[in-house]
Design a protein around this ligand. Sequence first.
Ligand code: 5RP
Length: 219
Amino acid sequence: MNTDALKKMAAEAALRYIQPGMVVGVGTGSTTNFFIEALGAAKIHVDGYVASSIATENRLKAQGLRVLELNATGDIPVYIDGADEADPHFRLIKGGGGALTREKIVASAARLFVCIADDGKDKPMLGKFPLPVEVIPFARSFVARQLVKIGGSPTLRSGITTDNGNVILDVTGLDFSDPLRMEETINAIPGVLDNGIFAHRRADVMLFGSAGGVIERKA
Ligand code: 5RP
């Protein structure tokens, strides 16, 4: 089975978490795109959707789905999003699509975070995937030097400005033995807006598409 088929399987399984009348947070990326397609087909009468990126907002609207501002909804019942890596403690690396800051905000505003992924993202430990860090352009060089001091090798992602007008540094070589602490350490560097470690706001449910069907794990 190819990866896209596994992503689609996980995305379609997430529909079981969507009830009529809800406000639903929607992530960003290819797995989430399958979820948006499934939403368009399912025609569940939700109150509306909060998008974690402009790309997702456009896709939701293209399906005729109602997009709401997070500022207008308050806390939301459920957030559905993909990940680049997930560990057995439901901690994630996200931001491969560059939307990590808004994703973390919407995930944090959600009572339930359902993460959808192909089972290739299921890892014993985080850290193989380069960690995306969103940085204010003015601070790019300073932040890169601080990341080197804590053991990282940052690379500027070329050709991308985030929805917040910032740049992304992709960082390899960091120590992920304590993801919670690493998330805090990086976010304490002046000029960092946020980083792609989701340890403070972990997933509550993992849905992995696998050759044997959907694997569901609950925290
Ligand atoms: C975007 C993300 C995505 O959820 C993550 O990169 C996974 O993407 P995909 O579903 O395309 O594999 O964090 O910022």
